[in-house]
Design a protein around this ligand. Structure first.
Ligand code: FES
Length: 270
């Protein structure tokens, strides 16, 4: 008798779940030039879905909540485990990665928008080239001679290595730029991400050989001086990178570098 009751309860639960839906409102844009518009979707509920799984379901069956056939929604993704940073978007008003945004933890209807700091390519897909260009400007790499095997590199003291490890978690996702009031579509401010990467590569024993070039780049147009110290970046970073500590450290380093350049051997007053 108890078994029948349990089976009935389970059946009722299954039925209830099969009737549940997930409602999404997606800000769409057909191409870089066209005007954005909103489109609503309602898809069947399943447990433990993330936002990307919902977008995949819409792509498989692109019918909006009015029952009209529409175009599949476009977005970027790659690793699906919050490592590559490609899937960043604004979910219910908060910029974050869609691969780790679990539906059961979100309020419905779930509103998806592209990040506003970057030019929209289509729908939720944005062009983050700005960030990669900034990394090139800041020489965010360790210069090595790749023509022959150099053997193991110099060892780093443990404390430095731990700091470098934290900084190396950056995935160029764009969230710190999206939340920064000083980064706009029309200005050149590089934002916390590139600043923190300068710190990372200047910490490296080999990378520090080109430290001055990075500091010079950091003091150029759109550099460190544009930071308004809002601290939004450090609160929003999905990897918990100590971005404001990096900014403070580089403020000190650039000031010292400036004095050194001014009074140093490069700029001797006759
Ligand atoms: S797909 Fe790589 S961070 Fe989400």
């Amino acid at each position: 008798m108890a078994d029948t009751k349990e089976v009935n309860e389970a059946q009722a639960q299954d039925e209830q779940q099969s009737q549940k839906t997930i409602k999404l409102i997606i800000k769409r844009q057909d191409d870089a030039e066209s005007n954005p518009y909103e489109e609503e979707f309602e898809i069947p509920y399943k447990e433990n879905l993330n936002v990307i799984a919902c977008l995949m379901e819409i792509r498989r069956n692109p019918i909006n909540s009015k029952g009209e056939k529409t175009t599949p929604v476009i977005w970027d993704m790659n690793c699906l485990e919050e490592v590559c940073g490609a899937c960043s978007m604004v979910i219910n008003g908060k910029s974050r990665q869609s691969c780790t945004a679990i539906i059961d933890q979100l309020e419905q209807p779930i509103k998806l928008e592209p990040m506003s700091t970057f030019p929209v390519i289509r729908d939720l897909q944005v062009d983050r080239s700005r960030m990669f260009d900034n990394l090139k400007r800041m020489k965010a790499w360790v210069p090595i001679d790749g023509t022959y095997d150099l053997g193991p590199g110099p060892r780093m003291p443990e404390k430095k290595r731990q700091t470098a490890y934290e900084l190396s978690k950056c995935m160029t996702c764009g969230v710190c730029l999206e939340v920064c009031p000083n980064v706009t579509r029309d200005n050149d401010f590089i934002g916390a991400q590139a600043i923190s990467q300068v710190r990372l590569f200047n910490l490296h024993p080999t990378g520090s050989m080109t430290k001055d070039e990075r500091l010079n780049a950091l003091m150029g147009v759109g550099g460190l001086q544009e930071c308004g110290n809002s601290q939004n970046c450090v609160n929003a970073c999905p990897k918990g990178i100590p971005l404001t500590t990096s900014i403070a450290a580089l403020n000190r380093e650039t000031s010292f570098h400036m004095f050194k350049s001014f009074f140093g051997s490069d700029h001797q007053v006759n």
